[in-house]
Design a protein around this ligand. Structure first.
Ligand SMILES: [Zn+2]
Length: 345
């Protein structure tokens, strides 16, 4: 039902022209899509994490064409200047962002961005640069894939179930559900599951090379793109102590700035910033501060002055043209309700 309502709403939105919707939302028209991989391939490490898949290079190019038709690209330098000097952000602007540092964005998205002259920021988990490790959620996706293949071929999953039970994982008999519930703090359980399911992270990293290398990141910077942190290990920050969360966050932004010689620091929240409290921002400030931070509350403005909000661009079933209109329609409703500012406790 919710799905149908959403579909009807999107169809209704698609009938509106963009210009009057932009007019209705004056003052809140900075568009920052979030992408992960841009690929036509099936990536097993993402397969069970992204319900609506990834955009293909062709779809990504279409997205950029739609964005360029209605909006103007803005550089991160300009955004930084606006935030630092409390200037208004130019109306109807956009910048593209990529999270998790996947190889396919270097190979497939970067040439399109260069051709179209669109600025982009790449937010990196510093523990996986050069394919030194796999993010824990990617491990979950690979385990689920392996479980499904075991089920298909009738192989026993008793050993995997025993691991889940031994580790008090949330287990009601549905092994896939249990694996997807494993948090960063329990990621050792994923490693134990891998060993009983004939999976080797080392082999997978060597064969698939999911992430960009340090040299590729240097090249992105040399080509005029921006780099930022996305934590060290991609944990659920709200499940960590404030000290740990600050260290994951500040550590990644500082590492990126120092390693790649960046003029200022930026950071994007992994998963969501919904439960991130003001106390966290105070902690980051005390650690040394991050110049610009990026959440995922769509077109809203943040109560934290140096935090900008983004929206999901990965959904391969919705065209950017329709999505922009839907975002603007939702934002207008929020405006009528006096809810365009994202507040924090
Ligand atoms: Zn991420």
């Amino acid at each position: 039902m919710a799905h149908l309502a959403k579909k009807l709403l999107l169809n209704a939105c698609s009938l509106f022209p963009v210009k009057p919707l932009l007019q209705l939302n004056k003052g809140n028209t900075l568009f920052i899509p979030i992408y992960h991989a841009i690929t036509a391939e099936k990536l097993l490490h993402l397969e069970h994490l992204m319900p609506y898949g990834s955009k293909t290079p062709k779809q990504f190019e279409n997205d950029l064409d739609h964005l360029l038709k209605h909006l103007k690209p803005i550089s991160l330098d300009t955004l930084y200047d606006c935030v630092l000097n409390k200037k208004a952000i130019p109306e109807n602007s956009f910048i593209v962002t990529f999270d998790d540092g996947l190889r396919q964005v270097y190979e497939n998205a970067m040439p399109i961005l260069l051709r179209k002259g669109v600025p982009a920021i790449f937010f990196i988990n510093t523990s996986v640069i050069d394919n030194q490790d796999l993010l824990f959620r990617y491990k979950s996706s690979l385990i689920v894939e392996q479980v499904l293949s075991f089920q298909k071929s009738g192989k026993s999953l008793d050993a995997a179930m025993a691991v889940l039970k031994q580790n008090n994982a949330i287990f009601d008999g549905n092994i896939v559900f249990a694996v997807m519930k494993i948090s960063y703090k329990q990621s050792h359980v994923l490693d134990s599951l891998a060993s009983v399911l004939d999976l080797s992270w080392v082999d997978y990293l060597a064969k698939e090379k999911p992430y960009m290398t340090g040299a590729q990141l240097q090249d992105l910077k040399a080509k005029g793109f921006y780099l930022g942190g996305h934590t060290v290990h991609h944990p659920e920050l709200w499940k960590l102590s404030n000290e740990e969360a600050v260290s994951e966050t500040y550590g990644s932004a500082k590492f990126m700035m120092d390693t790649y010689g960046l003029p200022f620091s930026s950071f994007a929240f992994p998963f969501t910033d919904v439960q991130i409290k003001n106390q966290f921002f105070e902690g980051v400030q005390q650690a040394g501060g991050i110049d610009l931070m990026f959440g995922s509350q769509k077109l809203k403005r943040d109560i934290q002055p140096n935090t900008l909000q983004r929206f999901d661009g990965d959904n391969s079933l919705i065209e950017m043209d329709v999505y922009i209109k839907a975002l603007l329609a939702f934002q207008w409703v929020n405006k009528l309700r006096g809810k365009t500012i994202f507040t924090r406790s």
